[in-house]
Ligand binder design. Structure first.
Ligand code: ADP
Ligand code: ZN
Length: 718
């Protein structure tokens, strides 16, 4: 099989992205590789695809259990046998895994680095008895002290090349920093490594910065435009994450808080609920994110100014891993910058303080840009980029420059006349000739009083802000902020210096969604079907298929499995397992609305196999397929065996069997042990039967979704 064929068959994709193909080719040629790609760029595929093609075992080193679990679930769902080894497994589970490894039944084995080279280690000698053909090191920047999440255990990986000298190593990271890259290569001892650097641009993310005014109102306006989407909202303090989550809940949003100070149980619960789309919004400190592989995060909002560009870029990068249009929104206030400056100073460490302050200044400059934000970000990471990206707020806004010298002179002379002793609001009221009693009588006598009455309050605020940015005015930052002139002010007042203002043409706070025309109602329907499947398979929904895949379905409306095959994301196994279940709602929807397939409009995905190469299955009605399951069950097969035999998902088989519990053909006690039965009934009575996930959570791992479903069917019958 060629890499191209495997890409389609196992992953359901038609084209390689970035330099995936070249990277894969190098690994297949047994050469060491380091691949640098942005988050969501498709790093995993670079070792997963060779793992499928090579005849032997691929070891994957990964820093977090959550990451491993996600990857393993996702591979298994695609029919690629993968497993992980971790300390939470029972001796029996470990024994079974060893057995599977010995019998070459596992293609990818995920491990934490300390497992490999821990104290009483027998693992390396064991692995050497197996046919190891590739070693992948995910999140390779963890080996570097320069990186942002250094893990000392990663240093042990230096021994890898000695232990497995002939096995190609592929190191992967999304860290753009040059120093870290060099460090990775040195520490890992790679043999003549070929380094692949992809652009770090995240083209599907739109960057926006808005001035922070009433932040909660601004946030609500933003969220109201995307009610069904998932997002992360970052706050600076733990307390504000909790407050904001509570306020959002009051407004009817499904939001939860996450920060390092919460107890582990709550953290795990909130994270899990977010991954499973039960909670749409997570309000978090930057403690949240590492290890979050959720691909359908549609937006990341920063309520407060981040400390540096590195962190900001990483956090915003958690949006849109599925490649669909996503938003990064930052609420900026100069006051935040002042607060952070205070924190950036480290007592007794001038050098460090200076670095931190510089980084903060770069962040502030980003917020104040009047040029393309994406270009600034790319340049920050030493990547050249043209000046007009077309998808940041600056590029999306049309600017018109105009001569603002007269306006500036009015403002500056007002500040001067008021002896540089008043704040922005007073100055504006004074300029506009406000009758407000707050304006002192003696000020009302001045000639400058009311010279700016023709300009609205909002516009004055903007002009004065701009004068501050241009450094013709400054604001004191002690207790009561007062406007003061600067060294340059007199040049303007004397008419020696012209001032240019920028007029914004488009409404700044309008958020647009760049999705192709699709059936929105159907998309929601598909999401709910996916959710049911995911609940029963006990994995997060995005593991089943991505949002991008569902969006294509709701756009091209496939009417048969053959057409569904043309949708990106359906490899052979996924098609066999979930194709029918996901296709049915599309067909029903189209029938009801009189719509037809638009698959012909989709550009051809690849050369397709002829139909006869796939096992031909005649269409069956629902009743027949259930009966077929039931017959197999009666022959003594269990649900898993039936699923394998029929090429259907366990979900489907379990729901078939539940059906017969409801009709009375099958005694619930055949599927559920008696002691479990009473406990499940109790849980259903207490929590209701509408949603399975909460029930599963209350009942714990000892209870399967199949058992719960069977009991619910039985209760329905009675
Ligand atoms: P990374 O690890 O670089 O952050 P992932 O490996 O998680 O990114 O990939 C991000 C998403 O892109 C996944 O949903 C993955 O299946 C998808 N993907 C990877 N390669 C391709 C490709 N060639 N075509 C389409 N989608 C792809
Ligand atoms: Zn731009």
């Amino acid at each position: 099989m060629t890499p191209q064929e495997a890409l389609q068959k196992y992953f359901g994709y038609s084209k390689f992205r970035h330099q995936q193909e070249a990277i894969i080719q190098h690994v297949l040629n047994k050469q060491d590789v380091m691949a640098l790609m942005p988050t969501g760029g498709g790093k995993s595929l670079c070792y997963q695809l060779p793992a499928v093609l090579l005849n032997g075992l691929t070891i994957v080193i990964s820093p977090l259990i959550a990451l491993m679990k996600d990857q393993v679930d996702s591979l298994n769902v695609s029919g690629i046998p993968a497993a992980f080894l971790n300390s939470a497994q029972t001796p029996e589970e470990q024994r079974q895994l060893v057995e599977r490894l010995r019998n070459s039944q596992v293609k990818l084995l995920y491990l934490a680095p300390e497992r490999l080279f821990g104290a009483e280690n027998k693992l390396v000698p064991f692995l050497k008895t197996l046919n190891v053909v590739q070693i992948a090191i995910d999140e390779a920047h963890c080996i570097s002290q320069w990186g942002h999440d250094f893990r000392p255990e990663y240093l042990m990986l230096a021994q890898l090349k000695n232990e497995f000298p002939n096995v190609p190593v592929i190191a992967l990271t999304a860290t753009a920093d040059k120093l870290t890259q060099k460090d990775i290569l040195e520490k890992l001892n790679l043999h003549q490594p070929k380094v692949f650097v992809s652009s770090f641009n995240r083209a599907n993310i739109t960057y926006r910065v808005i001035p922070k005014k009433n932040s909660f109102k601004q946030l609500i306006a933003f969220l109201n435009e995307r009610p069904d989407e998932s997002g992360i909202i970052y706050c600076l303090s733990r307390k504000s994450t909790e407050d904001l989550a509570a306020d959002l809940k009051d407004e009817g949003f499904a939001a939860e808080a996450y920060h390092a100070g919460l107890n582990n149980e709550i953290k795990a619960k909130n994270q899990e609920a977010f991954l499973r789309d039960d909670v749409k919004i997570i309000v978090a400190t930057i403690a949240f994110g590492m290890g979050i592989n959720k691909s359908n995060v549609r937006y990341v909002v920063h309520m407060d100014l981040p400390k540096n560009i590195e962190g900001y870029y990483q956090e915003t990068g958690r949006a849109g891993r599925d490649g669909l249009a996503s938003e990064a929104l930052l609420l900026y206030s100069p006051g935040d910058a002042g607060k952070l400056q205070h924190f950036a100073r480290i007592e007794g460490n001038e050098e460090q303080s200076r670095i931190m302050l510089n980084k903060l200044n770069d962040m502030v400059r980003y917020c104040q840009l009047q040029t393309c934000r994406r270009q600034y970000l790319m340049n920050y990471f030493d990547e050249a980029f043209p000046p007009d990206c077309g998808s940041c707020d600056v590029c999306l806004t049309e600017f018109k420059r105009f001569d603002g010298t007269l306006i500036a002179q009015k403002a500056l002379s007002a500040v001067s006349r008021l002896n540089e002793r008043f704040g922005i609001n007073y100055v504006i009221d004074f300029l506009r000739g406000s009758k407000n009693e707050k304006i002192r009588e003696e000020h009302k006598q001045l000639k400058t009083y009311g010279i700016g009455a023709d300009i609205s309050k909002v516009d004055w605020q903007r002009y004065i802000r701009e004068l501050i940015t241009l450094e013709y005015l400054q604001v004191t930052d002690d207790g009561y902020p007062v406007l003061k002139l600067t060294g340059q002010s007199s040049l303007v007042l004397k008419g020696l210096q012209k001032v240019e203002f920028i007029e914004t043409q488009t409404t700044e706070e309008h958020y647009t969604e760049a999705a192709p025309p699709h059936e929105a109602e159907l998309l929601n329907l598909l999401k709910s079907v996916r959710r049911d499947i995911a609940q029963l398979e006990n994995v997060p929904p995005y593991i089943i298929v991505s949002d991008a895949t569902l969006l294509e379905m709701a756009t091209y409306l496939p009417q048969s499995l053959d057409e569904l095959r043309l949708i990106s994301g359906f490899g052979d196994i996924k098609l066999a397992r979930y194709g029918r279940e996901l296709l049915q709602p599309v067909k029903d929807y189209c029938k009801a609305k009189g719509l037809e397939s638009k698959i012909a409009y989709k550009s051809p995905k690849r050369e397709r196999k002829t139909k006869t190469e796939r096992p031909a299955r005649s269409p069956r009605s629902g009743t027949d397929t259930r009966t077929e399951t039931f017959n197999l069950y009666r022959q003594g097969k269990n649900a898993t065996e039936i699923a394998a035999a029929r090429g259907l998902s366990l979900v489907t088989i379990e729901s078939h069997l539940s059906h017969f519990v409801q009709t009375g053909d099958l005694d619930v006690k055949e599927l559920v042990a008696e002691n479990k039965l009473t406990i499940i009934i109790e849980a259903v009575e207490n929590y209701g039967a509408e949603r399975l996930a909460p029930l599963k959570e209350v009942l714990g791992d000892a209870y399967t979704y199949g058992e719960i479903k069977a009991v619910i069917s039985w209760m329905n019958k009675n």
